[in-house]
Each structure stands twice: as C-alpha cells, then as structure tokens.
Design a protein around this ligand. Structure first.
Ligand SMILES: C[S@@+](CC[C@H](N)C(=O)[O-])C[C@H]1O[C@@H](n2cnc3c(N)ncnc32)[C@H](O)[C@@H]1O
Length: 234
C-alpha cells in the first residue's frame, strides 16, 4: 500500500508539475513565434511603406481591399503584380478586367515608380466608375486610361507595345486575348494570367503558354487563385 505523502513531498511534486507545464507552454510559444517570424508569417505581414506617397497609396489599396472590391485578386497576388511590374521597369501595362481597381492600384503603384502607364478594360459601367474614383483617391488617375466596354473588341484596337499584359476578365476569353494581344507584348515582356488554380483555367490557354518554345511559363501562388507568369523569350 502506498504511504501517505508528507506536505513537503506534495509541494515538491506540485513544483515539478508546474515546471513541466511551463516548459511545455514555452515550447509551444517558441514554435508559434518561429512560425510567425518565418517566411509564412512574414508573408502575412502588411507591406511597409518606404515613403509618404507610398503610405497614401497603400492606405487606399487597403481600403479598397476591405470595402470596395469585387472579385479582386488576393492581396498576395496584388503584391506580386506590383513586384513584376516594378522590377521589370514596365512602362505600359494592359489589364483586362479592371473591376473596382484593386489589382490596378497595385500595378499603378509600380508604374508610379517606373514612369509608366496603365490601360485597363472593364465591361461594367459601375465598376469602371468606382475604379476611376479609387485611382483618383490614390493620386494615380493621371497614369491610368480606363476603357469601358468589351475587352475583346476594345483591347483589339491597341497598337502600342505592351510590357506586361494582365488577364483577369472572362476566363474563357484568355486564349482570344493571348492571340490578339500577345503579338503586342514586347520580347522580354510578361503575360500574367489570374485564376490558374481556381476556378479551373481554360486548358487551351494553359496549353498555349506551356507548349510554345517562344514562351516560358511558371505558375505561382497556386495554393490560392493562382497566377500564370509567362515570359516572351528573347
Ligand atoms: C475578376 S474581376 C477583375 C478583378 C480585378 N482585376 C482586381 O483584381 O481588382 C473580372 C472583371 O472583368 C470584367 N469583364 C468580364 N468580361 C469582360 C469583357 N469581355 N470585357 C471587359 N471586362 C470584362 C467583369 O465585369 C469583372 O469586373
């Protein structure tokens, strides 16, 4: 039979149990902190403005994200669009599917650094007007041409070379856009297509950008809507 424990021994056991619990909690906290500080946690951190005007633009982008978006790209894709446009020094970006201007604002932020301009197409009058207001609030309207109408008709009228073409209008129209506007994309330029993971993309578009030796395509952020990034090779 077990002997009754003395008060001193009971206190010692409580102490030891408390220490084990504290050590366990510390390990969980350390793992959580490591996750938050690692790349996955860092990816969730808000973009940091490097100047006053970037702060103002990012504030409008955040407001549109929270209050005025309609089927907009996820923030991670918006940030990637900005990186692609800014790092390639894009001077002319063409976007199909303006919606309320969320992705357009990320592109315009880049273009305000590269000295470039955006031409963006939207079929819906209300969304076209909302986007205009959002670009204006961000002080970026002078860099944008917003075209109201069917992009299959209106964008086909473009003549100027394109540095980055962003496809985000009707998903079944991507192949037609590629055929009509691909020739305007300069050699070394990019064609970025949204929704390469969800909703399922048009397999004819995927085949067109992955089987042409003149193009190099990678797929990014496929855990979410997914982006196809295609380089028109030199
Ligand atoms: C997914 S939303 C675009 C989201 C936007 N790029 C963003 O991230 O903020 C698609 C938009 O394309 C527009 N659209 C669909 N078909 C179109 C067409 N043929 N011509 C122009 N716009 C079209 C829709 O009205 C809708 O606003």
């Amino acid at each position: 039979m077990e002997k009754p424990r003395s008060p001193g021994r009971r206190a010692a056991m409580r102490n030891s149990l408390n220490k084990s619990l504290a050590a366990g909690a510390a390990m969980v906290l350390a793992a959580t902190t490591a996750r938050a500080q690692g790349p996955r946690g860092a990816a969730m951190r808000a973009p940091l403005p490097g100047s006053m005007d970037e702060r103002r633009i990012l504030a409008v982008i955040e407001d549109v994200h929270r209050n005025h978006q309609y089927l907009s790209v996820p923030q991670e894709d918006g940030r990637l669009l900005r990186l692609l446009a800014e790092s390639t020094g894009a001077k002319h970006v063409v976007e199909l599917g303006t919606s309320t201007g969320y992705s357009g604002l990320w592109l315009l932020l880049a273009l305000s650094r590269t000295g470039g301009r955006l031409t963006t197409f939207e079929a819906d009058r209300g969304r076209n007007q909302t986007a205009r207001g959002n670009f204006d609030r961000a002080g970026l309207l002078p860099l944008a041409t917003l075209v109201l109408g069917d992009a299959h008709v209106e964008a086909a009228k473009l003549k100027d070379p394109i540095d980055l073409l962003f496809l985000d209008a009707d998903k079944e129209g991507y192949l037609d856009y590629l055929r009509r506007l691909g020739p305007l994309v300069r050699v070394g330029g990019l064609i970025v297509a949204h929704n390469m993971a969800s909703p399922p993309p048009d397999p004819r578009y995927v085949a067109a950008v992955t089987t042409d030796p003149a193009l190099e395509t990678v797929f990014l952020n496929m855990h979410d809507a997914g982006l196809g990034v295609t380089l028109k090779k030199r």
